[in-house]
Design a protein around this ligand. Sequence first.
Ligand SMILES: Cc1cc2nc3c(=O)[nH]c(=O)nc-3n(C[C@H](O)[C@H](O)[C@H](O)COP(=O)(O)OP(=O)(O)OC[C@H]3O[C@@H](n4cnc5c(N)ncnc54)[C@H](O)[C@@H]3O)c2cc1C
Length: 411
Amino acid sequence: MDRRRFLRGVSAAACMSAAGSVVRTAFAVDDVLPSGKINRVAVIGAGIVGASIAYNLSKRGCDVILLDKTGPAAQASGNSFAWINATYYDMPRSYFTLRSHSLNEYHRLAQDVDIPIHWGGSLEWYDSAVREKEVSDGVRRIQGWGAPTWIVDKKRVRELEPNLQIGSDRMIAWSSREGAVHPGDTTRALASRTLEYGGTAVFPATVTALRESSAGWLVETDVETFEVDLVVIAAGINANEIASMAGLATNLVKPATPGIIITTKPMPSVINAVAYTTDSHFHQLSDGRVILGEKAGPPATDQHLAYLTGHPNAYPSSELAMEHAERVIATAAKYVPEFAGAEIENVGVGWRPLPLDGLPTIGRPKSLPGIYLASMHSGVTLAPIVGHLAAMEILDGVSVDLLSDFRVERF
Ligand SMILES: Cc1cc2nc3c(=O)[nH]c(=O)nc-3n(C[C@H](O)[C@H](O)[C@H](O)COP(=O)(O)OP(=O)(O)OC[C@H]3O[C@@H](n4cnc5c(N)ncnc54)[C@H](O)[C@@H]3O)c2cc1C
């Protein structure tokens, strides 16, 4: 067994056990590769975006190497709220359309990858008149684009969510077609399926340099160097660093902001929709686990700032983690009292990859056609459509019009 195969075996085993997914033995490759074009691709980053691109490429028969300095879902994708939605009220229409396509793509994806998606819709309400006005204007705008989103009264909310307590007379927006996933499990399932389709994963492997070669690119890592036809950069908050290795001057992401994400152990079903409000957000997965978050960031004390410089994904001690988790759960229990006393499975800190203008950057830079960029917030929502379209652009040599507002050249 050579070194690469060994690494691949190790990685595959790690993916499978973490995802808890069933190893399938018979594969159907979607299409044959167009001859003489892109045959070998390195995907840098095994977050949900990189894993989805790698999955789509390997499903189409491309020789994919998925690289990550830690492993699947180690950064944002393991510590995300993971609401799949199209209800950003201030977004341009092209972004709404892309997100809507991704909601549909999740249904297609779930036929091939073992992803339990909880389709329970979403409810949003806020305690400020300014925010309510933004939401009501936004609801009208996206209704005009065909979104199944409405302002509903408390009677309707009671029918939808008998356990949800919204004390005041707030305006509530209901979106019926949205859902949520477990972000880490989904990422690991995509990475596992990539291997099942014949892809290679090398974890941990930190990419240290990118160099152009006669065949394409040399991807240097602390493990070994890979020669490929094309490199996908899906490195989340580290996108700028990797893009600059390729000689790309543009900043793709701005300084990341942290968010706490709590996952409980399975509990009896109490809520169906994703709930999002001023001081709390939560949803319950099909297996009974609840994922919760809060909008507030950490106070800007010197101690916090010093610790947060390294973008940690965990609290420095389990006591501190539990203290924060209990606060987040107590806030959510104002709305769903059954949450009080929930047992905690995990407390994570996620760092949001924030594109400069809030919109994703997807595609090959005109100056560097051997590079493919995939950098975005809302990567959990967007991963299925981005994976599918990226594979088309890379393997079929087309330029997908749906992505034309998200090219790096706009900066
Ligand atoms: C608190 C929080 C809540 C969120 N809520 C939502 C939500 O409700 N809905 C939604 O759609 N999105 C949400 N997001 C955003 C979403 O989680 C991210 O957009 C998405 O996870 C980004 O995925 P990614 O694959 O691009 O990046 P990541 O998951 O960060 O993956 C990047 C990977 O690149 C690897 N890497 C970096 N540098 C190197 C290197 N030199 N060599 C090798 N590997 C490297 C890292 O190890 C990492 O695994 C949320 C994010 C956070 C933090």
